[in-house]
Write a protein that binds this ligand. Structure first.
Ligand code: ATP
Ligand code: MG
Length: 582
């Protein structure tokens, strides 16, 4: 960590006092049960995540607050208050109830980011069913795997995606109904077995008695990103809302008058924990855009909607950096108060850059589909050490453990990142993979599969996925450190490193890079990059070979797939590529 520490002002000097205003003090006295008191619960001690996100606000002055600002394609714009969403999600719960959906049934969505996606997800949770959001850019194999595995009974989709659904429908005996949302009014007539969303909603009552779910009832399942292997269906329960609410309040620092934007799609856990449940349980207005990433569009959205809190991911941030500071100058981004990143290690270079161009740095935080909510984070009040994912969230106890998870390692020692369990939002199983689930727990610890170390002050530093760590003559080399050094070179936009077998040293490091605008691949440039990083790294970690690619293979959630680069390099089978971005 060679970058200068980013110092934070005293709480009193923030334009808005951070919700978490005394990290050590609050951490010492923290109990998850105290967060329960800030939620409402249903009569009889039942807990329903959808109720906590939407309906409880109807008893307060938040009921008329805008919950969702939707910025659609074709210049369409819509706004929904918490009352609107309560009514519409009641209707949707009635629609699926009339189809015979019962508590525990799986109901999946396969839709673009239109308001009806959000209405469906909340409606399904109200009905006590288990919602499974599928990313709309998935192809046939990806949806087939997930719909077969989950045994989904109902699928909500749109005319534009129906061909994909019919291509696999014969393999889905459990799928009984298809609800079709025709947001863009394309020519469409429902076929047998299809239900037109608009018509069913028009006929449904807006009165609904929310299912009396227990906090331990299954509520949502998300397939992991598929970065290290075949995606697993991590199942979460209604109690997860306790984690969503608390972290949205204290890490994202959401305040009542914020305009919040999470760029993740609800097909990934960030897009529901922090694109639906966390912000709405805090009664905050959020922006949703139907349109995908372009640098201009993103900055334009922030400026037009006066976004105050922003949550995005390293791949997008590196793209923004690729276009440089001049692009930021074309827009008024002064509304941004607090900006956050998750999903992959955030290179120190990116933290430093954001501090310069946005006046506030990206706050990196770490968690997984399995953990359900943020576990390690940088906070508004805490100094940032660029390259570190921050310190444990209140009530979270991570540790760096030795190989057989029997001993906790000390500050400075690298090992397996583990979490003391339980915590409210942790996954309760991998769907149909009980043994794999059980294998992730040992000696009272949940084994995350990531390697990390922590410093004396309790800041955690990511090293790499356990699968991706490279063994050079007995020295373990973490990809993140090498990749961070590579992206510091002015020509390098993105980098991924892998270990390739070596007869003498076991493995050596090979780097793949893509270039920034205006740079051309050449032998000379490769040599220059190699020499540049060799000066920054020790001899084991310095790449022996550099290959320049037009782009690096990524999952659809934007994570670099090192396993694919390795399989291609070694001529091995590519494994599951259902989440590969084309
Ligand atoms: P799969 O489990 O299918 O291989 P995945 O692990 O990428 O996919 P997710 O649950 O979406 O699926 O991602 C969680 C992982 O992402 C973490 O285990 C970690 O490796 C990485 N990650 C998330 N946030 C950070 C961060 N701030 N810094 C470093 N790594 C991060
Ligand atoms: Mg994982």
């Amino acid at each position: 960590m060679n970058y200068e520490i980013i110092k934070k002002p005293k709480c009193e000097d923030f334009p808005k006092r951070p919700n978490l205003d005394d990290y050590e003090g609050m951490r010492a006295g923290f109990r998850w049960e105290d967060i329960h008191k800030e939620l409402d619960f249903l009569p009889g001690g039942c807990l329903n995540l959808a109720y906590e996100a939407i309906d409880r606000h109807l008893k307060t002055d938040k009921k008329d607050r805008v919950a969702l600002i939707w910025d659609g394609r074709h210049e369409t714009k819509e706004r929904y208050t918490f009352s609107d969403l309560s009514r519409l999600t009641n209707q949707f719960a009635n629609v699926i109830g009339s189809l015979g959906v019962k508590k525990g049934d799986r109901v999946f969505t396969y839709l673009d980011r239109v308001p009806e996606l959000y209405i469906s997800i909340i409606g399904i949770v109200k009905a006590g069913a288990v919602v499974g959001p599928l990313f709309s850019a998935f192809g046939t194999e990806a949806i087939k795997d997930r719909l077969i595995d989950s045994g989904a009974k109902v699928l909500i989709t749109c005319p534009e995606l129906l061909d994909n659904v019919y291509a696999v429908k014969k393999d889905l005996p459990a799928l009984e109904h298809i609800i079709v949302v025709n947001k863009h009014n394309v020519p469409y007539t429902p076929k047998e077995g299809e239900i037109a969303y608009e018509r069913a909603m028009a006929e449904a009552s807006s009165e609904y008695q929310i299912c009396q779910t227990d906090k331990e009832d299954f509520c949502i399942m998300h397939y992991t990103s598929g970065t290290t292997g075949k995606p697993k269906g991590a199942v979460h329960v209604h109690e997860a809302i306790v984690g969503h609410y608390a972290t949205a309040k204290y890490v994202l620092d959401l305040h009542p008058d914020d305009i919040y934007w999470c760029t993740a799609d609800p097909g990934w856990v960030t897009g529901t924990s922090y694109g639906i449940f966390g912000p709405w349980s805090n009664g905050v207005t959020q922006l949703v855009t139907e349109v995908g990433f372009t640098v201009h569009h993103w900055y334009e959205l922030i400026a037009r909607h006066r976004v105050t809190v922003w949550y995005t991911a390293p791949t997008a941030i590196r793209m923004l950096m690729k276009y440089g500071e001049k692009e930021t100058k074309k827009h008024d981004l002064s509304s941004l108060r607090h900006i956050n990143s998750v999903g992959e290690p955030l290179n120190p270079e990116a933290v430093d850059w954001s501090k310069q161009v946005f006046r506030t740095a990206f706050h990196d935080n770490w968690w997984q589909t399995e953990t359900g909510c943020i576990q390690i984070a940088n906070y508004p009040v805490q100094d940032i050490k660029p390259g570190s994912m921050g310190r444990p969230f209140l009530g979270v106890r991570p540790a760096i453990m030795n190989t057989d998870i029997s001993e906790e390692l000390s500050a400075g020692e690298e090992g397996n990142l583990c979490l003391k369990y339980p915590w409210p939002s942790m996954f309760r199983t991998y769907w149909n993979k009980k043994e794999l689930y059980e294998s992730r727990f040992k000696n009272g610890w949940y084994i995350t599969g990531d390697r990390a170390w922590r410093d004396e002050e309790g800041y955690f530093v990511f090293v790499g996925r356990a699968d991706d760590v490279i063994n050079v003559a007995g020295h373990l080399v973490g990809p993140f450190e090498v990749e961070s050094a590579l992206v510091e070179h002015e020509a390098v936009a993105e980098a991924a490193v892998i270990g390739v077998p070596d007869p003498v040293r076991m493995e050596v490091v090979k780097a793949f890079v893509s270039l920034r605008e205006g740079y051309e691949a050449s032998q000379h440039l490769k040599l220059e990059i190699k020499q540049f990083v060799a000066k920054k790294l020790d001899a084991n970690a310095a790449p022996k070979e550099i290959e320049i690619l037009p782009t690096l293979p990524k999952t659809r959630s934007g994570k670099i797939m090192r396993r694919l680069l390795k399989a291609r390099e070694l001529g091995l089978p590519e494994g599951d590529t259902s989440t590969l971005e084309e």
